[in-house]
Design a protein around this ligand. Structure first.
Ligand SMILES: *Cc1c(COP(=O)(O)O)cnc(C)c1O
Length: 392
């Protein structure tokens, strides 16, 4: 490979984000140390209020991670053994783990090939008299249609609980991620659009009762000190330190999301000519409301994903696959009852998808460098003639 690559292009670069904020971060960390309220402190209450407001919802309950936000959030909504909960097969495994921890029965459904998002028609076919909730995943930063979800949920009397772990401040059809249904879960894993310096998560909800139960669940099931009413209680609180850092970052989030969107548009524009060679971009139905947690393409036709990925690696371009094995085919979940062929679209996508470098601070030159490497790899696979490099 002879692709000019001035330096390696990482898949994500958090140094870019933390460099300019480092002194300010040290300032808020020192303030918490001085204050000494490390667990359930003031900065947590502040961040919960600020983040819930940013999502257009009422209450925020900070928890230890996004997985706990799903499990405790659903439990706080009353989901329990005997209930069926619909979720997409094409998601990070944490969605399924969160649903399983409630004791409810997960019912997986397939996704749309063009967007990789939950297929609402498939969800409707999966509804039974025991279905209580649907957990849409706003995968890669694009929301599942809020109007479509509300229409379906209202018609069948279902609760909507969003997995918004990849969709901080995403918008679609006038809704902000986290505000469609009764509640939603967010993750602040470091590489998420809003990331802590470690693990973190939040349940957001419009319902005061759900917020109160979630607050109890994360704090040993206590309704007041040393008085425990909820046997499902555990210890899962967002650290005050992490909340202080997240609070500091929150005002930057919209700008970071805009930067992601601009990078995605640049990719879309430059990759369009490669569609003839089987390299397809995912469809964006949300316009500028897509927050591009990940920029994912589909490698179909004559180009092999494995070879393309290897060539990109050789050219210094780091890529990822989100996710290589669908949830229902993971060894841990064989007893749920699905098998190869259960979800043909999710299974096909898992073989096609490739995530390209994406982070605010990635330069247009770096995007061009990634695309140039792809053009070279794809044309090598499909013809002797290199593709014309257009739209630069
Ligand atoms: C990251 C993620 C989670 C889990 O969040 P953690 O904080 O890692 O527990 C859940 N669902 C989706 C879609 C995610 O991307």
């Amino acid at each position: 490979m002879t692709i000019p690559s001035p330096s390696m292009i990482p898949f994500v670069n958090l140094t870019w984000q933390h460099g300019p904020l480092q002194e300010a971060i040290q300032g808020v960390v020192n303030a918490v140390i001085t204050q000494g309220d490390f667990v359930l402190g003031q900065a947590l209450a502040d961040f919960e209020a600020n983040f819930a407001a940013a999502c257009g919802t009422r209450f925020g309950v900070g928890v230890g991670c996004g997985t706990d936000a799903i499990a405790l959030g659903l439990t706080a909504c009353g989901i329990a053994p005997g209930d069926e909960v619909i979720l997409p097969a094409n998601t990070f495994v944490a969605t399924l783990i969160g649903v399983l921890r409630t004791g409810a029965t997960p019912v997986l459904v397939d996704c749309d090939r063009a967007t990789a998002l939950l297929d609402l028609a498939a969800a409707e076919r999966a509804i039974t008299p025991r279905t209580r909730a649907i957990v849409p995943v706003h995968l890669y930063g694009q929301m599942v249609s809020p109007l479509g979800l509300l229409e379906l949920a209202n018609r069948h009397g279902l609760m909507i609980f969003e997995d918004a772990a990849q969709a901080h401040l995403a918008q679609c059809e006038g809704y902000t991620a986290g505000s469609i249904g009764v509640g939603a879960a967010f993750s602040f894993y470091p590489s998420k659009n809003l990331g802590a310096l470690g693990d973190g998560g939040m349940v957001v909800t419009t319902d005061e009762g759900v917020a109160e139960r979630a607050r109890s669940l994360r704090n040993y099931g206590a309704t007041r000190k040393y008085y425990h009413t909820d046997p499902q209680g555990t210890n899962s609180r967002l650290d005050t330190l992490q909340a202080a850092v997240l609070n500091l970052k929150l005002p930057h989030l919209a700008g970071w999301n805009q930067a992601r969107y601009a990078i995605a548009q640049h990719y879309d524009r430059r990759l369009a000519p490669l569609a003839d060679h089987g390299l397809l971009t995912l469809r964006n139905d949300a316009g500028s409301g897509h927050v591009y947690h990940l920029y994912v393409v589909r490698v179909t036709g004559p180009t092999s994903r494995a070879i393309l990925q290897a060539q990109l690696t050789a050219a210094g371009v780091q890529t990822g696959i989100h996710y290589p094995i669908p949830c229902h085919l993971q060894p841990a979940f064989q007893d749920i009852g699905y098998r190869p062929g259960s979800f043909p679209v999710a299974e096909a996508l898992s073989q096609e998808i490739l995530s390209l470098p994406m982070y605010p601070g990635m330069t247009p030159e770096q995007v061009d460098c990634v695309v140039d490497a792809m053009v070279e790899a794809v044309s090598a696979a499909t013809s002797a003639q290199p593709l014309q490099v257009v739209n630069r």
